[in-house]
Write a protein that binds this ligand. Structure first.
Ligand code: CP3
Length: 385
């Protein structure tokens, strides 16, 4: 049995201290001086809420997972004739696509336009994203030999990401950029299956049947995710999110035994910077505590679990993000707004609340619904000073 990823840490561990910020370049958006043309992001509503000081923000911040993407006509136009992974690896295009939803919806952060498979692609793994299906590998990784043959991600291969991030934060000004990586389990699930799957049977079999292969694959995915996150923070991301989209297929026991240490390693790789680390999964109501203990600062909650219950499960001490049900975006305002009110109400149970969906924006979403929703949330939570 592997060692637990560390005892639950004290809440309100201070973030963004001078010591931590000293690890970032002087022109990083979290550091650059007020009064510069582009003021810094440290006192934006998003960073205030992510660091547990939402009560000092002018309103409750909001961003949407998959806010950049097919719901936007300008995205579809920009992507015309360009394959998904090529778009991710063209810095100016990735920057432009990242900024599109910020311009249109006035959300409080950009989420870097990239994909969880980009680090493996940059390491040299033959992976593609098949439209309407998702990531597909030409050779699934199923044995210890397969794992040991995986190429290491060279730091210089991340230069294209650094360039994209630098171009993005230049455009975003004082709106923070959230970087991200796929968590080791979710990434490994694609690698072992060779493509998307419903129940993630192969990776779940592998962790029990061939724990050594699983351990080495988890460690590879954790290292790679850590490098990807570091590159994004060093060049301008003001927060990061670790997406463990498929962790909800695991029991808590298996999560703690086979997965937690790897997610903890990815998060620990960027701890020194002190930027908020959001940890998100779907169907992970039973894993909230274990995922928090992996080293998160903020927990993303999907739409299945009301935020007040999530907060209670975490002892009332953890900043939460979530969790408007994406299905209700298409249900009409009479249904959507009462639901949003209940999410805002339940989110008040946490020390601070970052509003988001409980999973990504469906591609069929009418973008006006999102624009109106952002404006409603901003008005409804505005603090009069
Ligand atoms: O706003 C954002 O969130 C943009 C950045 C982003 C993308 N993918 C862009 C993307 C992020 C953070 C991701 C993460 C990602 N990728 C996850 C974790 C988040 C989640 O949704 O659970 C996962 C599981 C993937 C793997 C992946 N990539 C899938 C399952 C798909 C869908 C395939 C399809 O065509 O339906 C992708 C492709 C993808 N990633 C798209 C976008 C905008 C759609 C591609 C397109 O527009 O053609």
């Amino acid at each position: 049995m592997t060692a637990p990823a560390g005892a639950p840490r004290a809440p309100y561990r201070p973030l963004l201290t001078e010591d931590q910020l000293a690890h970032l370049p002087a022109n990083h958006p979290l550091r650059r001086a007020e009064g510069e043309i582009r003021a810094n992001t440290a006192s934006s509503p998003m960073l205030l809420a992510l660091t547990g000081r939402g009560n000092q923000a002018s309103h409750r911040p909001v961003w949407f997972m998959r806010q950049a993407g097919r719901s936007l006509p300008e995205y579809r136009a920009a992507r015309e004739g360009i394959a998904m992974l090529d778009a991710c690896l063209t810095p100016e295009l990735a920057a432009e696509i990242t900024v599109q939803p910020v311009r249109r919806h006035a959300v409080d952060a950009g989420i870097f336009f990239s994909d969880i498979v980009i680090p493996m692609k940059l390491a040299g793994v033959d992976v593609d994203i098949v439209p309407g299906r998702g990531p597909v590998l030409s050779s699934p990784v199923r044995t210890l030999e397969d794992v040991r043959a995986l190429p290491e991600l060279e730091d210089s291969a991340l230069d294209v990401i650094r360039e994209a991030i630098a171009a993005t934060v230049e455009k975003l000004g004082d709106t923070p950029l959230i970087g991200f990586a796929g968590a080791p389990f979710t990434v490994a699930a694609y690698m072992v299956e060779g493509g998307p799957s419903r129940d993630h049977l192969r990776p779940r079999t592998m962790m029990h049947a061939d724990p050594q292969a699983w351990k080495e694959l988890g460690a590879w995915a954790a290292r790679t995710a850590g490098q990807f996150l570091r590159a994004q923070i060093e060049t301008g991301a003001s927060a990061v999110q670790l997406f463990d989209s498929w962790a909800g297929s695991l029991s808590e026991g298996d999560y703690r035994r086979y997965v937690q240490e790897h997610s903890a390693a990815s998060l620990a790789a960027v701890e020194e910077f002190g930027v908020p680390r959001i940890h998100f999964g779907t169907g992970t109501g039973e894993l909230l505590g274990a995922m928090y203990e992996a080293g998160a600062d903020v927990m993303g909650v999907d739409y299945r679990l009301p935020l007040d219950i999530a907060s209670q499960r975490l002892g009332g001490k953890v900043v939460l993000q979530g969790n408007i049900d994406p299905a209700l975006l298409a249900a009409g305002p009479e249904v959507l707004y009462p639901h949003v009110d209940s999410v805002l109400q339940a989110g008040s149970a946490a020390p601070s609340h970052v509003v988001n969906l409980g999973h990504g924006v469906p591609p069929t979403t009418d973008p006006q619904v999102l624009t109106d929703l952002v404006s409603y949330i901003h008005r409804k939570t505005a603090r009069t000073v």
